[in-house]
Design a protein around this ligand. Structure first.
Ligand code: B12
Length: 323
């Protein structure tokens, strides 16, 4: 079972721990014991070396009591908002895990008292951990936090409750101070890399695919990647055209692919040119055309429907693709 499904980001109680057999425990048994997804344990093993230290006959890897104590420590730190890379370092360094004190949140790259803080009003500890990792320009830690939350909560929750609040906080910091574009870049790259890796791994079962594009001159594409990952969770294939897609290129892609749906993202009002929409090809069967992002607010497009949030976009495009 993944960690809890409520909106508070707190861990569910972990079942009373049964004694660990001499042979050790399998990844599934440890996952159940700690209340984390098996995929999360494999990620912690691969990225941080927090894996099983013994092998049993038949080469199935088994976790012993020391391995599990380290993982328990890792889980506690991550849940209290410590970036995953720092939590892992502390868990590995703890000779006696029970006695170890929590690590300080990541401050690599920051000056003490340097004022590099991003406020996340009402943010969960996990969101504050992500903001700290981004502020420290620690892209690996950002990606690990996003990955861990995706494993536990899925795309929509992770986008709405972890990523969006931090993006808004980082954007507000830039607006107020003119500083922190490098933080936006590191954070954006980490988020995009994690979503894109999940899209690449997904099995696709939809009848047809959908096209996702940011309009001409639009560099903001993270919501498109969240959407692609949300569709991938539902086994719907999305073809990503990405940033700054010229209207002619989009039209050509529509003719060649014949998608069930198309979603056009505009973040900034100056990129939401409704004239682009009039140039899209007439096709039979007609694809669903959705317009999303704050750029479209207040415009009256001749073609396409405005869609307001990620879940609604996933639901409409899943239907349009026959998923
Ligand atoms: C990351 C980022 C960047 C990255 C983009 C990287 C990438 N790969 O996408 C980089 C660094 C390249 C960038 C550049 C710029 N950016 Co910028 N950027 C952002 C940031 C932090 C997040 C953008 C984002 O993904 N937003 C998505 C969510 C978080 O926001 P939202 O769209 O408002 O979400 C609402 C709805 O759209 C809906 N929703 C959310 N997700 C989804 C998903 C789907 C599918 C649907 C249907 C709906 C939906 O629900 C939300 C809540 O109401 C924002 C801050 C912000 N508040 O958005 C600034 C922000 C958008 N950027 C801004 C600016 C000014 C710029 C620049 C012009 C200057 C600069 N800061 O460097 C450049 C040029 C960009 C260009 N020409 O296109 C301003 C825009 C101000 C405005 N309204 O005009 C913002 C708002 C920062 C700010 N507070 O001032 N940026």
């Amino acid at each position: 079972m993944a960690m809890g499904a409520d909106a508070t980001d707190s861990a569910p109680p972990v079942a009373a721990a049964a004694p660990i057999p001499d042979l050790g425990l399998t990844v599934g048994a440890v996952a159940r014991r700690l209340g984390v997804a098996p995929a999360t344990l494999r990620t912690w093993d691969r990225r941080y070396g927090l894996g099983p230290s013994q092998h049993s006959a038949g080469s199935h890897r088994r976790y012993n009591a020391g391995d599990i104590a380290r993982l328990e420590l890792m889980r506690r730190h991550v849940l209290s908002g410590v970036p995953a890379a720092d939590a892992a370092r502390a868990a590995l360094e703890a000779g006696d895990p029970g006695a170890a004190s929590p690590p300080e949140p990541s401050t690599r790259g920051t000056r003490p008292g340097g004022g590099r803080v991003v406020a996340i009003p009402g943010g969960t500890p996990n969101a504050r951990g992500l903001a700290r990792a981004a502020t420290a320009l620690d892209g690996d830690a950002c990606r690990a936090i996003v990955s861990d939350t995706l494993d536990r909560r899925g795309v929509v929750w992770t986008w709405d409750h972890l990523i969006v609040p931090v993006l808004i906080g980082v954007g507000a910091k830039w607006e107020a101070s003119g500083q922190g574009i490098e933080v936006e870049h590191v954070l954006s790259e980490a988020i995009q890399a994690e979503f894109s890796a999940r899209v690449a791994r997904a099995e696709r079962r939809s009848v047809t695919c959908v096209l996702l594009a940011a309009v001409e001159d639009e560099l903001h594409v993270l919501p498109l990647w969240a959407l692609a990952a949300g569709l991938a969770e539902r086994h719907v294939e999305a073809r990503m055209l990405g940033a700054r897609t010229p209207a002619r290129a989009l039209s050509e892609a529509m003719r060649r692919i014949g998608p069930g749906g198309v979603l056009l993202w505009s973040q900034l009002p100056e990129t939401a040119d409704t004239a682009q929409l009039a140039t899209l090809p007439d096709m039979r069967p007609e694809p669903l055309v959705l317009l999303a992002g704050p750029g479209w607010l207040g415009s009256e497009p001749a073609r396409g429907e405005i869609v307001g949030d990620l879940s609604e976009a996933i639901a409409l495009l899943t239907r349009a693709a026959g998923g």
